[in-house]
Design a protein around this ligand. Sequence first.
Ligand code: F6R
Length: 235
Amino acid sequence: MNYQVFETYAEMSKAAAKIIADEIRAKPDCVLGLATGSSPIGTYDELARMHREEGLSFARCTTVNLDEYRGLAGTHPQSYRYFMNEHLFSRVDMRLDHTFVPNGTAPDPAAECAAYDARLESLGGSDIQLLGIGPDGHIGFNEPADVFTKATHLVDLAPSTIEANARFFDSAADVPRQALTMGMGGIMGAKKILLVASGAAKKAVLDAAMTGPITPRLPASLLQLHKDVTVLYST
Ligand code: F6R
């Protein structure tokens, strides 16, 4: 595991964007596994700048996002589809029909999850998967559990996740209780993994994930078994 520490969130975000941009330049038709939340916002800002000022092109890329809240349509401002359109897709030359986020309003979530995995498999998995980490060690919305779940699945969000994400909603009561998330198989199937985290509150869970026992009680700990993981942390 390649672990790098930065003084500031801006420096960390620039470094993360450079890793993704290098991937795109080396393989213009690459598959980018993307994340939402506050951690990657600076990375997306920097990628948008690189598009504007340096001609970095996303025109041949495909993106596959980690997760979506159950019950939120892509037009809902707190949906992850909306987030991606706002923070990245509308700011670069990405083809929207090459961007995939689970459909939170699919009438049959199990069928939606199976179709999502089939798509990921048909794409050959992600070339690089961008991740954040939750306060409980979740990646995607793979919450602490008795077992690791391989496939994309519908998950009940942990109380700590609902509380942590309440900052994006009017109140904790408004945070959806479930989400559709890529499973550990889809994440671990990426050729490279890039995890970004910032702030003192993330340090202990990050250290435990990187060096502690590998356990589904701390889902990010499974990343220890991946052969190409870069973790960028800023204080
Ligand atoms: C988001 C996601 C989550 C977040 C995690 C950290 O797509 O999959 O695992 O990465 O909850 O969120 P932030 O960055 O907001 O602390």
